[in-house]
Design a protein around this ligand. Structure first.
Ligand code: FEO
Length: 424
């Protein structure tokens, strides 16, 4: 396939990005079967030219070569940075050197990153927010503040006269096809879904906030920072994002019940009995829907989907060789793709000799920014009736925290005074 030059995507508006067909792994965590593109765009107005995003440093020559096909450097008045990750800002320092008239337009959150990328004392930049715009004459660029898609700095840029949204990473995918437009490129649906699942999914509340800004736009073309330009049915991609980001559980059940998932794995049935007691305790509190799962079956993916929708999580594990067991760690290490911050967590388990698993799981839950409001329960080998009662109480207390009906210990002043150590 012939390597394209600059491609006009609307009158006076060009794609001037770069193709990276050899890339197989992006940011360590993302795989791509045929590479990616770094999409950069150039908008010509009566009073000046804007460049929207640049490319990875390794592909700067390609970018400058396409840019020079359609614009002189002294015509560039505006550089918009929708997102400052290096795959979009690698060519920025050199572009600034070649186009010294240009002023940068960034979100407030992007300042720190900009100063880290461009070691320059006198940076000419303007902070923009939703409602702000820059006038190029017969072309106007409006800014939409869309943070956390997927960095704090991210914004989108709306070219009103042509109905084009330059969206940054959002609505993009790692898929390299020189035919560039979605109606001509190969089938990239898997890449689009995969990209959402691995990049945007942890930020779905922010996706929904951004969609509220984007959906009312009279969109004709969606121009993301990676992968095909979406000119055929661009709104269908926005609708797909809404489907993916919308919470399902509460909509399906039509109830406001809190969801608590109790996971366990058990060698001799002891941790299983503890899990059942945790479940029974939680179920004794109205307003909580409890589900019990045996991790012996393996396979973390469906559980990750369930955890995304849940309000509370409890993990039961025996201790083997001073550690919780692998299926528990496998599941806990799979949660980076979803938001778990501020969910409630708890742990319990039977052990033979040392019993570290419960504390280790609690530490991991705290590390993931879950709240662990109730101390875990450990039982040596077969749990006693008292230990099962403690598990029942663990479930009950966790459910009360979930429903906002926490039982506080009331300590009277006379009790406090009675506890004071004697004065020296
Ligand atoms: Fe394509 Fe978040 O950079």
């Amino acid at each position: 396939m012939k390597t394209p030059g600059a491609i006009e995507i609307a009158p006076g508006t060009h794609w001037i990005g770069a193709l990276d067909p050899g890339l197989r792994e992006f940011d360590i965590i993302l795989r791509t079967a045929n590479g990616t593109t770094y999409n950069s765009y150039c908008v010509r107005g009566e009073f000046g030219v804007a460049v929207i995003d640049t490319v990875k440093a390794s592909h700067a020559d390609e970018f400058f070569s396409r840019l020079e096909e359609v614009v002189r450097y002294d015509e560039i008045t505006t550089i918009v940075l929708n997102h400052l990750e290096p795959d979009h800002t690698g060519a920025l320092p050199e572009l600034m050197r070649r186009a010294p008239r240009a002023r940068l337009y960034i979100s407030a959150k992007a300042q720190m990153m900009l100063k880290a990328l461009v070691k320059h004392d006198e940076l000419a930049y303007t902070i923009v927010d939703t409602g702000d715009f820059v006038e190029l004459g017969n072309r106007t660029l409006h800014f939409l503040n869309t943070p956390f898609l997927h960095w704090p700095d991210t914004q989108c840029t709306w070219l009103a006269q042509q109905g084009i949204l330059f969206s940054g990473d959002v609505f993009g995918c790692h898929f390299c096809d020189a035919r560039l437009f979605n109606d001509q490129a190969g089938d990239f649906r898997f890449s689009f879904e995969y990209y959402y699942a691995h990049i945007m999914r942890p930020f779905r509340e922010h996706v929904l906030n951004a969609l509220a800004l984007i959906e009312p736009l009279p969109l004709r073309l969606l121009a993301p920072a990676h992968g095909p330009i979406l000119r055929d049915a661009p709104k269908s991609y926005i609708q797909r994002y809404r489907q993916l980001a919308q919470p399902l559980l509460h909509n399906e059940t039509g109830s406001d019940n809190k969801s608590l998932l109790v996971f366990y794995i058990s060698s001799y049935g002891n941790t299983q009995h503890m899990a059942q007691a945790v479940r029974d305790g939680a179920e004794s509190i109205p307003g909580v829907r409890v589900s019990l799962y045996d991790l012996q079956v393996g396979g973390d993916l469906p559980f990750v989907d369930l955890i995304e929708e849940a309000d509370g999580l409890a993990f039961g594990s025996p201790t083997i060789n001073g550690d919780a067991v692998k299926p528990v760690w496998d599941l806990l290490s799979s949660l980076a793709v979803i938001k778990v911050r501020d969910k409630l967590g708890a742990s319990f388990g039977s052990y033979g000799w040392s019993g570290e698993a419960v504390n280790m799981i609690e530490d991991r839950l705290r590390g993931l920014k879950l709240r662990v409001p109730v101390k875990g329960v450990r039982a040596r080998l077969i749990p006693t009736e008292a230990e099962l009662a403690s598990c029942h109480e663990l479930g009950r207390q966790l459910a009360r925290h979930l429903t906002g009906c926490v039982e506080h210990n009331i300590i009277s002043m006379s009790e406090l005074l009675a506890q004071e150590p004697p004065h020296a």
